[in-house]
Ligand binder design. Structure first.
Ligand SMILES: C[S@@+](CC[C@H](N)C(=O)[O-])C[C@H]1O[C@@H](n2cnc3c(N)ncnc32)[C@H](O)[C@@H]1O
Length: 248
């Protein structure tokens, strides 16, 4: 993708992809064509670090890159320079929200600015959602968005999910494809009997993703079955983001 847009029709930021040639020329064209785009950033590397952020340079426009992104009827406040966010994952958030059942207790590990929580709560007002995220900027924005969306029963906790004490959940979402499998033992610990765990991973095929997860479960003595899978998005040549659904 040449560039993506985060924000709303009032204020948005365009983010030009890593490796795009002549980003300044493109940035000027984008600003001229889309009056809501107030800043253009250029990714200058792959996502990195614990917070999974793209190193980015401001090419043109306002230094203040904080926006309110709108998708599927809810708002997510964030600064793409400080917080992970991908507008391309909106469809996946909808898929997850459709699987949630009335009254469930849902845990979102690695919750970022909590877009999964808003997608779920938009469909199910009676669900309890707990979000755990290590980046304090993301948690600050998540709390602001809870107010913006006038939603309740969402708790945003700023912590390393390995170190936090929580109760048990009916559904656990693990949207950290680089390393989520290393946290499967923690997810299992938080799972009620019969719970569903949605774990994301990068791989080249459904089969390879399923085997990878099944092997990790065996290694950690995690008693669950693979009950579903989803190819989410292409990530790199020959590599996709997959979701594997586990039943405890
Ligand atoms: C790939 S991002 C996904 C964010 C969000 N769920 C979304 O879809 O927009 C993964 C997030 O996990 C957070 N994270 C990484 N390690 C963590 C840990 N040990 N405990 C809690 N959060 C963590 C990062 O800061 C980052 O925001």
């Amino acid at each position: 993708m040449v560039y993506e847009v985060v924000g709303s029709k009032d204020k948005a930021v365009a983010i030009i992809g890593y490796g795009v040639k002549n980003p300044r020329k493109l940035a000027k064209r984008i600003m001229k064509k889309h009056k809501n785009i107030k800043s253009v950033l250029h990714k200058c590397g792959e996502r990195t670090g614990t917070y999974r952020l793209h190193p980015c340079k401001l090419i043109i426009g306002d230094k203040n890159t904080e926006v309110i992104h709108k998708e599927n009827g809810y708002s997510i406040k964030l600064d793409p320079l400080k917080v992970y966010f991908s507008p391309r994952e909106a469809t996946e958030r909808e898929r997850i929200a459709k699987m949630v059942k009335s009254g469930e207790r849902v845990l979102i590990m690695f919750s970022g600015a909590s877009p999964y929580a808003f997608a779920i709560k938009k469909k199910h007002s009676d669900v309890y959602v707990t979000c755990v995220e290590i980046n304090p900027y993301a948690v600050g924005y998540a709390n602001k968005s809870v107010k913006l969306n006038k939603m309740n029963r969402i708790k945003n906790i700023c912590a390393d999910v390995r170190k936090v004490k929580l109760g048990k959940f009916d559904r656990i979402i693990m949207p950290l494809p680089e390393t989520a499998i290393k946290f499967l033992d923690s997810a299992y610990h938080f799972a009620k009997p019969g719970a569903t765990i949605h774990v994301y991973t990068f791989n080249n095929s459904h089969n390879a993703a399923n085997h990878e997860i099944a092997n990790i479960c065996e290694m950690f003595n995690i008693k669950c079955q693979v009950v579903g899978e989803q190819k989410v998005l292409p990530y790199a040549p020959g590599l996709y983001k997959f979701r594997v659904d586990l039943k405890v």
